[in-house]
Design a protein around this ligand. Structure first.
Ligand code: GLP
Length: 243
């Protein structure tokens, strides 16, 4: 796994944007999976700016949203849907038919997973999967203990995830389950970028890179990928390689 350490969050985000833009320029019908969360926020802002400034055509790109909270409606600012639409899809005017997001309010969640898996297969697989890392080492909502053989699935969220997740909501919110693209999709993606910034991620980055690869630490599974890069700032890298 490649490791790229950047001076700060800004330079890390610029590099991620360059890679996404380059992919779309060389492959205008690229298939891209994006995460929500704090980490990709600047990437999204800079990507939209670059797309506008350089007139990069995103109209043929197919987008997938990595995960969603179950029971949280799309108009809630803490939802993945809200994040994706407000930060990427609305500013880039992406057509609804090119967007695949989980509906966390759906009655039939197994069907949501099936639809997502079929859509990824129909798109020809994911070209670029951008993911963040949770404080407990989760990727998307692939929590510790999740099999790397799972495609999309519904999961009971870890206590760390439900408590850290409060940061996305204006008021205290009951979070219990999540729906997520699986690690098997990640392992089958043509390119994976794991992004992390800030001192709070230093400990989990160290574990991800130095502990034994295990489904108890889902981020470590990314090390098995044939074309993955860890892109982190100096703060997130500050414990990695140090004893
Ligand atoms: C969240 C999301 C993930 C996200 C990760 C890190 O709970 N389920 O998709 O990548 O945790 O989030 P953040 O970027 O806010 O630190």
């Amino acid at each position: 796994m490649q490791t790229c350490i950047f001076k700060d969050y800004q330079s890390l985000s610029i590099k991620v944007v360059q890679e996404i833009a380059q992919l779309v320029i060389t492959k205008p019908d690229a298939v891209i999976c994006l995460p929500s969360g704090e980490t990709p926020r600047l990437t999204c802002t800079l990507l939209v700016e670059k797309a506008h400034a350089e007139k990069i055509d995103f109209s043929r790109v197919t987008f997938f949203g990595l995960d969603e909270w179950i029971g949280i409606p799309p108009q809630n600012e803490g939802s993945g849907n809200y994040f994706f639409y407000s930060n990427v899809f609305a500013p880039l005017k992406i057509a609804r038919a090119k967007i695949h997001l989980f509906d966390g309010m759906a009655d039939d969640l197994s069907n949501e997973c099936r639809k997502m898996d079929l859509a990824i297969a129909a798109a020809g697989g994911i070209d670029l999967m951008l993911v963040g890392i949770g404080m407990n080492g989760h990727i998307g909502f692939n929590e510790p203990g999740t099999s790397p053989n799972y495609y999309s699935h519904v999961i009971d969220l870890d206590k760390i995830t439900t408590s850290v997740g409060q940061k996305y909501f204006k008021q205290a919110t009951v979070l219990g389950k999540g729906i997520t693209i699986g690690l098997k999709h990640l392992l089958e993606s043509k390119r994976v970028l794991v992004i992390a910034n800030g001192i709070k991620k230093a400990n989990i980055i160290k574990k991800m890179m130095e502990e034994e690869i295990s489904e108890m630490l889902p981020a470590s599974i990314v090390r098995k990928h044939f074309n993955a890069a860890l892109m982190i700032d100096e703060e997130a890298a500050s414990l990695y390689g140090k004893y």
